[in-house]
Ligand binder design. Structure first.
Ligand code: FES
Length: 84
């Protein structure tokens, strides 16, 4: 369970580590600026040099990145997911 979505147009990654639990971050890797490409229940993954970020905090957990993804606010209603 868990995962997320990457919205390339707004450079945002929205994560849902567990049902009903949402977080949003910039999708631009803090290492060298590649867009992240994959979201699992636990990790946001950059394809360029394999940095992995925590889906709840955006903090790097492995790979060369040493700064967190910039947080964004996310609001979830019954029908929409809004972020800024
Ligand atoms: S640019 Fe993302 S790991 Fe290097």
């Amino acid at each position: 369970m868990g995962g997320g979505a990457i919205v390339a147009a707004t450079e945002t990654v929205i994560t849902q580590p567990a049902a009903g639990e949402f977080f949003a971050f910039s999708s631009i890797c803090t290492h060298q600026g590649c867009p992240v490409s994959q979201v699992t229940a636990e990790h946001i993954i950059c394809p360029c040099h394999s940095s992995h970020y925590d889906t709840r905090t955006g903090e790097p957990v492995s790979g060369p990145a040493n700064q967190a993804l910039a947080p964004r606010t996310v609001t979830v209603t019954e029908t929409e997911v809004e972020y800024s």
